[in-house]
Design a protein around this ligand. Structure first.
Ligand code: PMP
Length: 445
């Protein structure tokens, strides 16, 4: 494959954009390929190379790169009419009503512009509503580029995970291992009455993928109820992907107090949202006293795209299609790993999948199978299925990024270059794409 034009573009970008990219994960080595256009499940780069795309914008593109006709029409009409006003529009109400109808925990919702903005607002909401300061997060969980959650370490030694955050900010955050009931119970015994909320991805999608074990979210729900803390599900990735229109919370059967959304809910345009019980969400200004505001919030083009996206999914076999292909991919890659690379583990559910490059590291939480893992009955490596962020921490990131990812790219398959980030199947992917992908995995493994 020729990448001359991408290399030249990267060279230009390095002079005016830090690291040459506008989001860190895009800086693939030795240089990123610049995308010229999308085409269904494929992207074409600036040198004319074509790839089957499983990055899918890091999750938002449920339909791939071709918008279904009603989505295209909704986007075009709202873009040409405005595009935005700084005053309310009907489409915001339509979209809010749709989400409240389909997501069990959502009675009210406030739309913002990114997943980060949603989690920032949710943390402020939890603190404002409860009058408490402490937030519990999961090690390996990701909630965007925000001060309260970019924290590493354990419950007794939290510290900022990046330069630029005062150490004193991290004092209010308690990182715990995902799926570890003993630790969360101890943390609540010690700090329960100071905990404003537990912020958790129902499935860790940025570090693994790690599925919840049976009963873990129920335990979080009970502890939050007992201590008057809010259970906040960060469904920025899982929302309208895992569990279909009811989101991961409907699949798990656990009802959070607050849910953050992003990605799919905006139909491919910048978006975030905070939904939940009316009594809690009404704490936001102007109905309550927790300040929340945004010039672009509820942007009409985004609302039109998101509403048309979800309406289309309600009327077509979208989730059946993406989940079936997801299962075919996971099963196919599992077979290939068993044969060619038995020390690697295939993870994911629904339309999410990833191969975790951990050599023989058994799970720290033993051999129980994760909930929602569709390979639980005959998984050859059930005791290696990661249960915590720590189980994934020793993954061979160099092998993934410098070797495997490159090998797949050269075979025309675009995977997430970061070892820890999920890959996504879209409605535009076909059985043939999956077959071609498995062939590429076979050669690359
Ligand atoms: N929460 C989760 C679970 C995410 O996966 C992400 C982004 N991948 C965010 C929050 C932040 O969203 P954004 O990048 O739109 O700010």
């Amino acid at each position: 494959m020729n990448h001359d034009r991408s290399r030249d573009l990267y060279d230009r970008a390095l002079s005016v954009i830090p690291g040459g990219v506008n989001s860190s994960v895009r800086a693939t080595r030795p240089y990123p390929f610049f995308i010229e256009r999308g085409d269904g499940a494929h992207v074409v780069d600036a040198d004319g190379n074509r790839y089957i795309d499983y990055v899918m914008g890091y999750g938002p593109l449920l339909y791939g790169h071709d918008m279904p006709d009603p989505v295209r029409a909704a986007v075009q009409s709202h873009a040409s009419e405005g595009p935005m006003y700084g005053a309310p529009t009907e489409i915001e109400v339509d979209h809010a009503e749709f989400v409240a109808r389909h997501v069990p925990s959502v009675e009210m919702i406030r739309f913002v512009n990114s997943g980060t903005e949603a989690t920032v607002s949710a943390v402020r909401l939890a603190r404002g509503y409860t009058g408490r300061d402490k937030i519990v997060v999961m090690q390996g969980g990701y909630h965007g580029a925000q001060e309260s959650t970019l924290v590493e370490g354990g419950p007794d030694n939290p510290r900022p995970s990046t330069a630029g955050i005062p150490a004193s900010f991290a004092e209010h955050t308690i990182p715990v291992p995902f799926n570890d009931e003993e630790t969360i119970e101890r943390v609540f015994e010690e700090h329960g009455h100071d905990i404003a909320g537990v912020l958790v991805e129902p499935v860790l999608g940025n570090y693994g993928i790690v599925q919840p074990i049976s009963g873990y979210h129920e335990t979080l729900r009970e502890l939050c109820d007992d201590y008057g803390s809010l259970l906040v599900f960060d469904e920025v990735i899982t929302g309208f992907r895992v569990g279909g229109l009811g989101c991961a919370q409907s699949k798990l059967g656990v009802t959070p107090d607050v849910t953050t959304f992003g990605k799919i809910i905006g139909g491919g345009f910048p978006v975030g949202a905070i939904g939940g019980k009316a009594e809690i969400i009404e704490s936001f200004t102007p109905s309550g006293d927790v300040f929340q505001s945004g010039t672009f919030s509820g942007h009409p083009v985004t609302m039109a795209a998101g509403h048309a996206y979800l309406t289309y999914a309600a009327e077509h076999d979208v989730y059946e299609h993406v989940n079936r292909l997801g299962e075919t991919l996971r099963a196919g890659i599992t077979d290939l790993c068993e044969d060619r690379a038995p020390e690697y583990t295939v993870v994911g559910s629904d339309s999410m999948f990833k191969t975790v490059f951990t050599r023989d590291a058994p799970s720290s939480l033993g051999d129980q199978c994760a909930d929602g893992c569709e390979q639980r009955t005959d998984c050859p490596r059930y005791d290696h299925c990661p249960k915590t962020g720590g189980d994934v921490a020793d993954a061979e990131t160099e092998r993934w990024e410098r070797v495997f990812w490159q090998e797949m790219k050269e075979r025309g398959v675009f995977l997430t270059a970061n070892q820890f980030e999920s890959q996504f199947v879209s409605y535009a992917h076909t059985e043939e794409d999956v077959e071609e992908t498995l062939e590429a995995y076979k050669e690359a493994l």
